[in-house]
Design a protein around this ligand. Structure first.
Ligand code: PEP
Ligand code: MN
Length: 358
């Protein structure tokens, strides 16, 4: 008799467990629905006032045998699991992810496309030093069929005593050269307050490695209608890099180009360690074009050609490198910029390799 009763009670317990299971999952679905509404409204998912009200409701209706404090503890766990579920949902739908947008994003820079399968080259001096300097580089690039010219006007230097760039005057020089040579210019902006002005002079806003997690700068760049070249941070993981791009797209600007520029490791043979496998990973995870900066990743002129070949072979949408009329007297990065002769040889060798087709 006792055994039969025990079995009956156990089977009732199983039934209640299954009811609890259904109820908990029903609650989870409601939590997901609420999460989607909150997401659309842009409001915070965690709402402590609402949570307090739910706990009070439980306390007011508890008829035992559990102590209210025990029940509140249990419900807190359920609330927490619900919040985590909403966060997981959110993570899955990053706007930069392929899951959200399977087609490749093609960034159009004054008619020059990046991300459509044609592999481009971007080149120019590390720093804008004078009109004559930039114009002479532009002429050489143009002869090689390049349209994308880079040059730094605001230079984020490791030492405050090093050349900091010409600032606005540098942007004005870039615009003049872009107009005269019918080229598009890429330049780094370091202060969110300069974004509005910069868009009048340049065609692509570069966000440098040191600023990859300058969230105010990312948001400011995301709020304008201008392509952004985002560089990977010095020690940033791929996930952090992707999230930095998400800051830009979340403000409405989806014209983003990711740039692998090497990361800091214990290796001292190169300035940074070029993480070449980041290229296919970024292309699998996101729909954005990916560029490899061979100058800043290696810091070595003798490695520009082999790393450029590797970048093209692995599927980078563009390679970026630095060219200067006389690198020995350059105001920054004199060790790794190519002079015109070296650049001509670099281009010739790349073409001969069959990897660069334009
Ligand atoms: C640059 O491209 O001029 C530059 C400073 O590079 P990074 O931000 O990758 O160091
Ligand atoms: Mn440089």
């Amino acid at each position: 008799m006792g055994n039969e009763q025990l079995e009956e009670l156990r089977s009732k317990l199983d039934e209640v467990n299954l009811k609890l299971l259904d109820t908990i999952n029903e609650r989870a679905k409601l939590v997901q629905d609420i999460g989607r509404v909150k997401n659309a409204q842009g409001v915070n998912r965690f709402d402590p006032v609402r949570e307090r009200k739910m706990l009070d409701l439980i306390a007011a209706n508890n008829e035992g045998p559990f102590e209210t404090s025990t029940l509140q503890h249990l419900f807190k766990q359920i609330f927490k699991a619900g919040l985590e579920l909403q966060e997981d949902d959110n993570r899955k739908v990053l706007l930069v992810s392929r899951k959200k947008h399977p087609e490749d994003t093609i960034v159009n820079i004054k008619g020059e496309t990046i991300g459509d399968g044609k592999q481009r080259l971007i080149a120019g001096p590390c720093s804008v030093e004078s009109y004559e300097q930039v114009a002479s580089v532009a002429k050489v690039l143009k002869e090689q069929g390049l349209k994308l010219l880079r040059g730094g006007a605001f230079k984020p230097r490791t030492s405050p005593y090093d050349f900091q760039g010409l600032g606005l005057e540098g942007l004005q020089i870039l615009k003049r050269v872009a107009d005269e040579f019918d080229m598009a210019v890429i330049s780094e902006i370091v202060d969110p307050r300069d974004i509005e002005t910069a868009v009048e002079y340049i065609d692509v806003i570069q966000i440098g490695a040191r600023n990859m997690q300058n969230f105010e700068l990312l948001k400011a760049a995301g709020s304008v209608n201008k392509p952004v070249l985002l560089k990977r941070g010095l020690s940033a993981t791929i996930e952090e890099f992707i999230n930095a791009a998400e800051y830009i797209i979340s403000k409405g600007n989806g014209n983003i180009i990711l740039c692998e520029r090497g990361i800091r490791t214990y290796e001292k043979a190169t300035r940074n360690t070029l993480d070449i496998s980041a290229v296919p990973i970024l292309k699998q995870e996101t729909h954005l074009p990916v560029v490899v900066d061979v100058t800043h990743s290696t810091g070595r002129r003798d490695l520009l050609l082999p790393t450029a070949k590797a970048a093209l072979a692995i599927g980078a949408d563009a390679v970026m490198t630095e060219v200067h009329p006389d690198p020995a007297v350059a105001l920054s990065d004199s060790a790794q910029q190519m002079d015109f002769e070296q650049f001509a040889k670099f281009m010739g060798d790349l073409r001969e390799s069959g990897l660069y087709k334009l």
